[in-house]
Design a protein around this ligand. Structure first.
Ligand code: 5AD
Length: 375
């Protein structure tokens, strides 16, 4: 077991006084959307299963005024598993030589979008390793063609750290959103998880730049990475509150045996659900996916995520032969079956926890989208 959220294990029970204090802090957070560092820490150090029922209920209620029980779908296309970065937890990092590398051509990406569009998706997320093949010009061609073919859609990019000039060009070409997880707001942990040539400061600067340019921006972090502490998790919530991103991706760390961090313990479903719920209460308007990693640690992890405050699901529509090669962690769901492509199946999963699918573009609640001609 890792050392975060230490009482979130079977058999732990708080005395009435501690339990009361936790519930009061949950109420305070629901009301103010903010806690002090020590207050968050008190929750992390003491929360047991007993208090999570209340926490998840409050987190569910917090999204209702803005998004009701709707779940937005984003079609995920994993465009390349080439990566020049060396994140020590990630199965497609540059030093991994156990995987076969692939990248999708412009036409293959457009073909995926056509499939997605025919299935009713209105957001396409192009995600990939940091692959130099995708120059600004190549990406501009892809983005503008997607927008030309499907005008009333959103294009989300998730392709790592680039210069501000590059981000600006991609935005001008029509990209609407950008996902770049901050990974951790603790400099110590960031430096532990990444090689020397990667910079904590640069990653944050990228997020600032993306916001300034006008993207809807997604940050996010992993739960249960080796050496992570409750203090580190508090830093994540405080940082996110300050950054105020439009989207936040949270998933359990899943140990990949072909990485430098092999042999470590993975994050758990319950640890991740607590962080999802506390994030919802801290930033009630945020778009919060029930991530694939959450669905990987537990068969119904994504449904549980929805009940704990998440409101987005990202079905993977990559070509099936590529899905298994995009192995950032092992045993990823939907790599062998394509059950998410079956919308009825996905819909019944969503409905089973009292939610409904919304096939709109699903912008952040406060965004008044400029019409295309304004750009
Ligand atoms: N376990 C869980 N999540 C991972 N990611 C990368 N590797 C792993 C792993 N082993 C996450 C990172 C990255 C996102 C695309 O996937 O947070 O930003």
């Amino acid at each position: 077991m890792n050392s975060i959220l230490p009482k979130l294990k079977n058999g732990f029970k708080n005395n009435e006084m501690i339990k009361e204090s936790i519930l009061k802090l949950i109420d305070k957070l629901s009301l103010n959307n903010h806690l002090l560092k020590d207050e968050y820490l008190m929750i992390f150090d003491n929360i047991t299963f007993e208090e999570t029922t209340y926490l998840y209920q409050k987190a569910y209620e917090a999204k209702i005024p803005y998004y009701q029980n709707r779940v937005f779908l984003r079609a995920l296309i994993e465009i390349s598993n080439y990566c020049k970065m060396g994140c020590k937890y990630c199965g497609i990092n540059s030093s991994s030589n156990s995987i076969k590398r692939y990248r999708l051509s412009v036409d293959e990406i457009l073909e995926c979008c056509r499939l997605g569009f025919s299935l009713g998706y209105k957001t396409f997320v192009l995600q990939g390793g940091e692959d130099s093949f995708y120059t600004d010009d190549v990406l501009i061609e892809i983005i503008s063609k997607i927008k030309l073919e499907n005008p009333n859609t959103r294009v989300t990019l998730s392709i790592g750290e680039r210069s501000k000039e590059s981000y600006q060009k991609l935005y001008t070409a029509g990209a609407d959103r950008y996902l770049l997880r901050h990974e951790t707001a603790s400099k110590r942990l960031y430096n532990y998880l990444h090689p020397n040539y990667m910079s904590f400061e640069n990653r944050r600067e990228c997020l600032e730049n993306l916001k300034e340019i006008g993207f809807q921006v997604g940050a996010g972090f992993m739960v249960g990475t080796p050496t992570q502490t409750n203090d580190d998790l508090v830093e994540d919530l405080l940082y996110l509150k300050k950054l105020n991103p439009h989207m936040i991706g949270i998933g359990p760390y899943l140990c990949h045996e072909d990485t430098e961090l092999r042999g470590n313990i993975s994050g758990t479903l319950d640890q991740t659900l607590v962080m999802v719920a506390l994030t919802r209460l801290t930033l009630p308007k945020v778009l919060l996916p029930a991530t694939t990693a959450l669905g990987t640690v537990d068969m119904t992890g994504r449904e549980k995520g929805l009940k704990a405050g998440a409101n987005v699901i990202m079905p993977n529509i990559s070509p099936s032969e590529n899905k298994k090669l995009y192995e950032i962690y092992q045993n990823k769901i939907c790599t062998v079956d394509s059950s998410d492509l079956d919308k009825d199946n996905l819909e019944s999963k969503v409905n089973s926890v009292g939610h409904v699918i919304d096939l709109g573009v699903g912008d952040y609640v406060d965004i008044e989208r400029m019409v295309e001609s304004d750009r």
